[in-house]
Design a protein around this ligand. Structure first.
Ligand SMILES: *Cc1c(COP(=O)(O)O)cnc(C)c1O
Length: 507
């Protein structure tokens, strides 16, 4: 009858906590050392290479069997310090300009530590961390011109935008008498086939839209790519024409996506024109503002992304131009009821109560997206906004745009470099050029040039293809960059470009 283990006195009970006051002291000393080492590392970034490859012996050392028995925290930390810390991606560095990867901040790092220490569960519930997330979302909504909007902090722009499109799909299908939560987008036997739901964005839309179309069961065919103009903005007249043809062909348009800051060139669609089209046709208007939405914080830059405030939903990152540590992004949905209608499940094990831990609407965050157990991402946003003020972030956004204008002016003024796209915001696409060389030759030359700049640890730009031509691409969301870093980049491009040309002539 009795369970012997419940009465056992010989059982050694385990925990991951230090086991005594002395062990807590020792762990504390290690923790302080970790913090001191990390801060010293961050302070020394300008003297370090922008990137270096992971040496073979380090790769070999990292290839290990499952550690069934532990070596202790001190030894594990020593291996991190030796094998991991010296070989990051580079995105901490003042001359990292690749893709769109933020630097993170010391305060954001500490906030993440506090959030992990508290290990708060942000599915919802009745506690101070949940109040902080609600407040943070309310601030972000106000800052983005959508006061009172519903929202959720998520892992990244891909998830934020996908959730926006999921709400659009549900709300727009409901208006047409369809229940996509119940029926999916399947054709059930004996029931009439439904007209395919389709949505629109420019050919410059980021790859999240394809993943979302596939994942939401719409299929990639449902994402109608609209041509862009010379400035890489959606051709609104072409969009109107394609929507008319699609309707005539029996398709059901439900959403228009506008991009504030495209990933290739930083172009922003005419968001007001798109909002007007969506209003006219009763469609959902979603804005992908992964980094560009942050331009809304600046009085000087806001006109560039005007019309964003007319969106039904907006997705944007805080781990790109917001500089906070990965991962952190936000989706805002103007119609809070539509937001919850797309995700609420009312599970019995998540029931609410009048008082206690589940007082109120228990899982209000889990009802706004896919995750149930969610971490306390809001803390780093809340702490950083309070400590630094949003005005400082707006000034940093302006600083990055000014630095890109400066780099563009250096390129324009130098006959061995040329811009391959306009520079409306914080992205510069350019190449080293040689008079008389063909595009194919310049593609090969610039590919090699980019590799050398990265391998020598000078800087980390990335690349893209603009109108079929290989471009060096600088995306600047770097709060650590100084004007001199861009001067150095431009000089290195010319020096290494000449070096490669000279090698080819001697071959
Ligand atoms: C980066 C980016 C995304 C995707 O955001 P993640 O945070 O990387 O998931 C979407 N759209 C644009 C324009 C982006 O630059």
């Amino acid at each position: 009858m009795t369970n012997p283990t419940l009465h056992s006195t010989s059982l050694t009970e385990l925990s991951f906590d230090p086991a005594s006051a002395d062990e807590w002291m020792a762990f504390g000393a290690l923790g302080h050392r970790m913090l001191d080492d990390m801060l010293a590392y961050l302070a020394s970034l300008p003297e370090r290479p922008a990137w270096r490859d992971v040496p073979h012996d380090v790769r070999a050392a990292l290839d290990e069997a499952v550690p069934l028995d532990g070596m202790g925290a001190d030894a594990a930390y020593a291996q991190f310090a030796q094998h991991v810390l010296p070989y990051p991606n580079g995105n901490l560095h003042p001359r990292f300009f690749g893709w769109v990867q933020g630097n993170g901040t010391p305060l954001g790092m500490m906030s993440d530590m506090l959030a992990a220490g508290l290990n708060a569960h942000l599915g919802g519930f009745n506690h101070a961390p949940a109040i902080v997330e609600r407040q943070t979302i309310a601030w972000l909504a106000a800052l983005m011109g959508m006061p009172g909007a519903s929202g959720l902090l998520v892992t990244g722009g891909t998830m934020a935008n996908t959730l926006g499109l999921a709400v659009a799909r549900h709300a727009q299908a409901s208006r047409r008498g369809r229940d996509v939560r119940r029926d999916g987008l399947q054709c059930w036997p004996g029931e009439p086939a439904e007209s395919p739901l389709v949505f629109y964005g420019s050919s410059e839309t980021h790859g999240w839209a394809r993943k979302a179309a596939e994942w939401l069961g719409l299929g990639d065919r449902a994402f109608r790519r609209v041509p862009v103009d010379r400035e890489f903005r959606i051709d609104a007249a072409a969009l109107d024409g394609i929507m008319t043809e699609d309707r005539a062909a029996g398709l059901t348009p439900f959403c228009i996506i506008g991009t504030a800051g495209t990933v290739n060139t930083g172009a922003t669609d005419d968001l007001n024109a798109l909002a007007t089209l969506a209003e006219r046709d009763g469609l959902w208007f979603h804005v992908d503002g992964a980094f560009g939405a942050l331009a809304y914080l600046s009085d000087a830059l806001r006109p560039q992304v005007a019309g964003m405030e007319r969106a039904d939903s907006v997705g944007f990152d805080l781990h790109k131009w917001g500089s906070l540590p990965f991962e952190c992004a936000c989706v805002l949905v103007r119609d809070g009821a539509a937001h919850h209608d797309a995700f609420r499940t009312n599970a019995t094990y998540l029931a609410t109560s009048a008082r206690g831990v589940t007082a109120g609407s228990a899982t209000y965050f889990a009802d706004r997206g896919l995750d149930l157990t969610r971490g306390f991402k809001a803390l780093k946003v809340w702490m950083s906004f309070k400590a630094d003020g949003v005005n400082k972030l707006a000034r940093l956004v302006e600083q990055n745009v000014a630095q890109c204008a400066y780099l563009a002016s250096l390129i324009d003024a130098h006959e061995e470099m040329e811009l391959l796209a306009p520079v409306p915001l914080n992205i510069v696409c350019f190449r080293y050029r040689v008079p008389g060389a063909s595009d194919t030759e310049l593609d090969a030359l610039n590919t090699e040039l980019l590799t050398r700049i990265q391998e020598r640890g000078i800087a980390v730009p990335s690349s893209t293809i603009i109108d079929g031509r290989f471009a060096l691409r600088v995306a600047n969301v770097n709060h650590r960059s100084k004007t001199a870093d861009f001067t150095m980049l431009a000089e290195s491009v010319v020096t290494i470009g000449r070096e490669i040309v000279a090698e080819r002539h001697t071959k």
